[in-house]
Design a protein around this ligand. Structure first.
Ligand code: FES
Ligand code: MG
Length: 585
């Protein structure tokens, strides 16, 4: 399509508004100072933002600094004008106290840019965990034409001939170090081996999950998410993405046309099939709230639980990003799900076609990497949602429950899905690191580890700490995974079967606040319950006592943003959004 818009472009309000020559001249002149011409800015060409999430502080997304050149080429080829700008960095592994503190900050910043500057459409450069939801949340709020360009995973990592996957290798290295099998330097080398190139995590952690789900949502071109960062196809799809956004502006194809309830249901189904991260419900629910689609935490179990795990990728399976890409990526998974009627095929995507049209003819390139529905890695791979006197909701990824874990905890023939354990309670990650190896806690295989004070308010942004390793003295005995429960999050690269994202959190009056070390707790995975085994009277007494002491105590804020977010953030089950932001749609 040519650059002859049928309707006035949004950017013309700034750059070509004869009704207001004074302001137009002011808006225009400074954008000419680096060499743009009046013809470019006043000639009816779509002005396309490139929301740049890469920087030296954000190595996972740093490849976007180069990719943006190909995006610009694509935008120019279709008669658009690119304007690149920075997004507040959100580096998962570098930001203290936690990168998720900044998801909503980057969202707010991007909303202001998209709303307040002369942009007709935007390319969202995504990758590291929170960059994808932050960008999509902002696109949802402002609702101008937007398209996702994933940065792609790193190449496969190898350690001593074995695949070494992002994050997953850290858990393994830490266990080997605790057992004295490797030195400090070997531990550093082992972990670094998982990061051989630019790109985001190469496991099906939160980054690969969220980029795959952006594609399932219809917000990126087909096949975009899985292409490894250094592959030539990555540069090629950057070019195609730049071309496509210009036409999206001419077609006025907006996020609200794409991110519908049907699209979100597709996302939930796809998340189970790929073995997606437990962070996905938080971020996807947040995007839904900003675009105004009803989506609840219960929808995740109702729509997603019975879906089988098809993608054989770490942490739930074996392979890494390169094999997944070669096997067909998200379109091959969707095609397989479509054969079983699990996808709303009519949901529209950014290329103007439906997801059904995009994926129907795609075949699986490697049947061991992407399994058929008939030979899945696991049946019923979605999340379950638990409730009880400890919390109103918490989620569990049942697909990562190992056979040893099942044998140890879920083998009572009379009650195969329930177990009772003795609680050992930690107040935040510092308390945990301090005391986990203390023999006085008497942690054994009947212990359930609890982590509280780590929700969006308690540990601003919600810490990724619920998956706790067992103490060194148990690791030495070969016991790796104890049941863990908490009001924080868990790394998407962790293979622990934790119960997490408990809402409300202790700091917001949740039941975890009254739990004491030594309490008996009963978990029933079949009934979906988790309860402290104390009487209602005792529960009421403990609650009254807590209130008498001013409620659950948590550390003071260290920065202005921590304080601001804490004053208005919602719980994990509802997307951890800033409550006042939801009404702007
Ligand atoms: Fe950035 Fe995993 S740490 S993608
Ligand atoms: Mg993470």
């Amino acid at each position: 399509m040519s650059a002859s818009p049928s309707k006035k472009l949004r950017s013309q309000l700034w750059f070509d508004n004869p009704a207001n020559p004074d302001m137009t001249s002011l808006y225009l002149e400074r954008y000419l100072n680096f060499g743009l011409t009046r013809e470019e800015l006043q000639g009816g060409k779509p002005i396309i933002g490139i929301a740049q999430t890469g920087s030296d502080l954000s190595p996972c997304n740093r490849g976007h600094l180069d990719l943006a050149h190909r995006v610009r080429d694509g935008i120019r080829a279709m008669g658009g004008v690119p304007l690149e700008f920075p997004v507040h960095p959100i580096q998962e592994t570098g930001k203290r106290p936690t990168a998720s503190l900044d998801r909503n900050l980057a969202y707010l910043g991007l909303v202001e840019v998209l709303y307040g500057y002369p942009l007709d459409g935007v390319v969202l450069t995504t990758g590291c965990d929170k960059t994808t939801p932050a960008c999509l949340m902002a696109a949802a709020t402002v609702n101008i034409p937007a398209i996702v360009l994933s940065g792609g995973p790193m190449l496969n990592g190898y350690w001593k001939g074995q695949l070494a996957g992002s994050g997953t290798v850290v858990w393994n290295a830490r266990e080997q170090f605790a057992r004295g099998e490797i030195s400090y330097d070997e531990m550093m080398d082992m972990v670094a081996s998982s990061a051989p190139s630019v790109g985001h995590c190469n496991t099906m952690g939160t980054a690969s999950t969220m980029n795959a789900l952006a594609e399932a949502l219809g917000m990126s071109l087909p096949f975009c998410a899985a292409i490894p960062a250094p592959y030539r196809e990555r540069g090629q799809i950057a070019y195609e993405t730049g071309r496509r956004i210009v036409d999206m502006v001419h077609e006025d194809l907006k996020p609200s046309d794409i991110m519908t309830r049907e699209a979100f249901e597709n996302v939930i189904v796809a998340c189970s099939a790929i073995g997606g991260s437990t962070n996905a419900p938080i971020h996807i629910n947040a995007i839904a709230r900003h675009i105004g689609v009803e989506l609840s935490i219960d929808d995740w179990e109702r729509i997603g639980h019975k879906v089988p795990l098809l993608v054989n990728m770490q942490p739930a399976g074996h392979y890494l990003g390169e094999e997944y890409h070669r096997a067909g990526g998200l379109p091959a998974v969707v095609a397989e799900l479509m054969k079983h009627g699990l996808i709303h095929e009519g949901a529209k995507t950014v290329n103007g076609k439906s997801i059904g049209e995009n994926c129907r003819a795609v075949t699986i390139g490697d049947q061991d990497v992407i399994r058929s529905f008939e030979a899945p890695l696991k049946a019923e791979a979605g999340f379950i949602v638990l409730k009880g006197n400890l919390f109103d909701s918490a989620i569990m990824k049942t697909s990562v429950i190992s056979p040893e874990f099942r044998d140890r905890y879920l083998s009572d023939p009379n009650d195969p899905e329930a177990f009772v354990g003795r609680a050992v309670v930690f107040d935040g990650p510092e308390d945990y690191h301090h005391r986990i190896d203390d023999p006085a806690l008497a942690i054994d295989e009947n212990t359930i580890l609890f982590m509280r004070g780590t929700g969006p308010i308690g540990y601003p942004g919600a810490a990724e700490v619920v998956n706790m390793r067992a103490p060194d003295y148990l690791l030495k005995r070969g016991i790796k995974a104890l049941p863990c429960i908490g009001d924080g999050r868990q790394s998407g690269t962790s293979g622990s079967p934790s119960i997490l994202n408990a809402s409300p959190e202790a700091a917001a009056g949740g039941g975890l606040a009254v739990l004491k070390t030594g309490d008996k707790v009963r978990i029933d995975l079949r009934k979906r319950t988790a309860d402290i085994l104390i009487s209602d009277a005792e529960m009421a007494e403990r609650r009254a006592d807590l209130q008498g002491h001013g409620g659950y105590a948590f550390p003071a804020s260290q920065t202005p943003w921590q304080e601001i977010q804490r004053s208005m953030v919602d719980q994990l089950s509802d997307g951890m959004v800033l409550k006042p932001a939801v009404k702007y749609q």
